[in-house]
Ligand binder design. Structure first.
Ligand SMILES: Nc1ncnc2c1ncn2[C@@H]1O[C@H](COP(=O)(O)OP(=O)(O)OP(=O)(O)O)[C@@H](O)[C@H]1O
Ligand SMILES: [Mg+2]
Length: 303
């Protein structure tokens, strides 16, 4: 597709650059008639610039600015804004989006409600018991059929993941063993039909949940929202670093009940492979630490 960016616009800005955040926020304030200012950067993922905002008129009121250095993700973010409204209307605990737009630089952004809370570090039984009802709320909440995680998973498992599989297998003996365990998991269930019709968060990790007084107050980082099977989000949760065996087992049982162990296994095969491949490229020092546990978990999900 031809790009309409001017040469200086086509440079990808650094997502941690405060100068870009200032420009995006100034644009947003002009567009929406708001008076936010940047309070502090919030570290998290690798995709967006995320900032705590304060309101010029009422310094106690906080909000969150997220902007993306990827100009092509503008349609996704604008669509996610509508999906958030529909999910919230159905009672899903994700913060309201207060404003959405594309800044002059071509950078998509949104401003969302700030929800005080903190993310659990470990998937314990107590944490799983709180998160499973949230995942079950996603059942039948088919908010954006245009963006289907089951179709994405099917396409990846049908060959889209081959490049990542080969790169992982070629990275080390441990990488090759990990890919063998993922392949064994994938093939042991034969033909598997991935259902659709649920809401899928797309990155349902502990860091993207906020708890307060041991209750889930928000599920955040939902820009990749779509339709598909919520088993995909269970599979993501089963890859988290820090788990205790009983918390993992409870999550696995609930995930298998969604549409059977084969559906959970296929989702896990893809999510685990993509996580490992991401770590291989972005945080290679961590790869040896995560491959062993991911392999053990793949084996635990075998038929
Ligand atoms: N609505 C919110 N209320 C309170 N805190 C929030 C909210 N949104 C984000 N945060 C805080 O900011 C951190 C980063 O936010 P978020 O997870 O949305 O983005 P990210 O992981 O940095 O982004 P990405 O994965 O898109 O690169 C969170 O871990 C959380 O501490
Ligand atoms: Mg996050």
């Amino acid at each position: 597709m031809p790009s309409h960016d001017t040469p200086e616009q086509s440079l990808t800005p650094e997502r941690t650059d405060p100068e870009v955040a200032r420009l995006v926020l100034a644009d947003a304030n002009r567009t929406h008639g708001t008076t936010y200012h940047l309070a502090k950067p919030l570290s998290g993922g690798f995709q967006s610039g995320t900032w705590l905002l304060r309101n010029g008129r009422n310094d106690d009121a906080a909000a969150i600015l997220k902007w993306s250095p990827h100009r092509t993700s503008a349609p996704l973010i604008l669509r996610a804004g509508h999906a958030v409204e529909r999910a919230r209307a159905a009672g899903y605990p994700t913060p309201a989006w207060l404003a959405t737009g594309v800044a002059e630089l071509g950078l998509p952004y949104h401003i969302q409600q700030y929800v005080p809370g903190s993310s659990p570090r470990r998937l314990t039984v107590e944490v799983a018991e709180r998160l499973i009802p949230v995942l079950e709320q996603q059942r039948g909440l088919d908010i954006d059929p245009q963006h289907c995680w089951s179709k994405y998973t099917r396409d990846q498992l049908a060959g889209g993941w081959d490049h990542a599989r080969k790169a992982m297998a070629g990275s080390s003996a441990q990488g090759a063993g990990f890919v063998a365990s993922i392949d064994a998991l994938f093939t042991s269930f034969g033909q598997v039909e991935l259902p659709t019709g649920d809401l899928v968060h797309g990155d349902f990790r502990l860091q993207n949940t906020l708890f307060r007084s041991e209750r889930v107050v928000a599920v955040i980082d939902i820009e990749a929202f779509g339709s598909g099977t919520r088993a995909y989000d269970y599979a993501t949760l089963l890859t988290v670093d820090d788990v205790d065996p009983a918390g993992w087992e409870l999550t696995r049982l609930a995930g298998e009940q969604v549409a059977g162990p084969g559906v959970l296994a296929h989702c896990f095969a893809l999510v685990a492979l993509e996580l490992a491949d991401f770590v291989r490229q972005c945080v290679p020092g961590r790869l040896p630490v995560i491959l062993g546990p991911l392999r053990d978990r793949a084996e635990a999900l075998l038929r």
